[in-house]
Design a protein around this ligand. Structure first.
Ligand code: HEM
Ligand SMILES: *[C@@H]1O[C@H](CO)[C@@H](O)[C@H](O)[C@H]1NC(C)=O
Ligand SMILES: *[C@@H]1O[C@H](CO)[C@@H](O)[C@H](O)[C@H]1NC(C)=O
Length: 321
């Protein structure tokens, strides 16, 4: 009797594993395990090599995933080139002359198509994995990336202009932007700490530099680089003290009024408030920050993916098939 019940249970388990829930509509960390076990190690190898050549590229790859996911979901729309008949997202205000790393994405795609003996891995998944590998390469915590996204056949310049938060946003606008993408105020604070990596141009922090309260040492240094009027708009400054190390110095900087962007400093505007409490909390807990950053990246990476038969796997990340 007991054996019979066990057999039934076993049979049920087999049936359910043969006919899983609409698996294609969900992301999974094992998506490429059978089809191309070399996919993830290959991406990591190319990302680590690119960062060894130029540490900033890790920051640039992380940002690409963010700018992809906030515009109609993580579907690699950000990677599509403009053509004579098509306008993509690359010249949107937040992206034009600003996004970097497209050549490294091409390099990854070529390497992965080679390692997988074919066109197997979506450009959207490449962005998600490259973002994670960049964090790890620069000292951040490992986390498991969800996979199975497919690539869009479209992009939207208008939506890129609308959906990506601007550096002049105040806290309520930042909270509302993240909320409209299904992300909490905690996600906002944790993910903003991606600015522990990389650089911003004079043109996006000039107003803060000359019209807002900012740590005087930092102000003196930055004012030499970034004049109040005229040129110098493209001159880069590090977003925190250690732009090639994934650490908590972004949070420490905010507490010292050293946030480079207006939007950064808004997270610690005054002592009170939930965002400021989170800045203090994470600044003192590097391990918790590492884990929570990974969790928040998984939520970011799960925004409206194309799955199943939707979209396509692009052969070349710059063009639809
Ligand atoms: C909270 C709202 C955010 C705003 C307003 C914002 C704005 C900006 C701006 C203005 C820059 C500099 C661009 C330039 O000078 O060309 C920048 C750089 C960067 N952002 Fe954000 N960002 C935000 C959130 C995020 C998030 C969520 C991530 C990733 C998870 C991220 C990752 C980065 C990185 C890594 C860089 C440096 C890129 C490089 O050096 O190439 N940002 N961001
Ligand atoms: C993007 O930048 C280029 C080069 O700086 C400029 O000529 C062009 O007008 C910009 N495009 C848009 C849509 O702003
Ligand atoms: C600072 O603010 C003043 C008054 O709002 C404005 O006229 C000026 O252009 C601003 N300066 C910079 C560098 O943003």
């Amino acid at each position: 009797m007991a054996t019979c019940r066990l057999t039934l249970l076993y049979a049920a388990a087999v049936v359910f594993s043969l006919y899983p829930l609409p698996a294609a509509s969900r992301l999974s960390p094992n998506f490429y395990d059978d089809a191309c076990p070399r996919a993830l190690p290959t991406i990591r190898f190319v990302v680590f090599a690119a960062i060894a050549r130029e540490p900033r590229i890790g920051a640039s790859l992380l940002r690409l995933h963010f700018h992809d996911c906030f515009v109609n979901g993580c579907d690699a729309s950000v990677l599509l080139d403009d053509t004579e008949t098509f306008v993509g997202e690359k010249t949107a205000g937040p992206n034009n002359n600003s996004l970097r790393g497209f050549d490294v994405v091409d390099e990854i795609k070529t390497a992965v198509n080679f390692a997988c003996l074919g066109n197997m891995v979506s450009c959207a998944d490449i962005l998600a994995v490259a973002a994670r590998d960049s964090v790890v390469a620069l000292g951040g915590q490992e986390y498991e990336v969800q996979l199975g996204r497919r690539d869009s056949r479209t992009a939207s310049l208008d939506d890129a202009n609308k959906e990506i938060p601007a550096p002049f946003f105040d806290l309520p606008a930042l909270v509302s932007s993240f909320d409209s993408h299904g992300l909490s105020i905690r996600d906002l604070v944790v993910l903003s700490a991606a600015h522990t990596l990389g650089f911003a141009r004079c043109t996006v922090f000039r107003d803060r530099l000359y019209n807002e309260t900012i740590d005087p040492d930092l102000a003196r240094y930055l004012q030499l680089q970034c004049p109040s009027t005229g040129g110098g708009g493209d001159i880069p400054a590090p977003l925190d003290r250690t732009p090639a190390t994934f650490d908590t110095s972004y949070f420490e900087g905010l507490r010292q009024n050293r946030g480079l962007l207006h939007s950064d400093q808004q997270l610690f505007a005054g002592e009170g408030g939930e965002a400021a409490a989170l800045v203090r909390y994470y600044g003192e807990r590097v391990e918790v920050f590492g884990v929570d950053f990974g969790d928040a990246m998984i939520r970011l990476g799960s925004i409206a993916p194309l799955t199943g038969d939707d979209g396509e796997i692009r052969e070349n990340c710059r063009f639809v098939n």
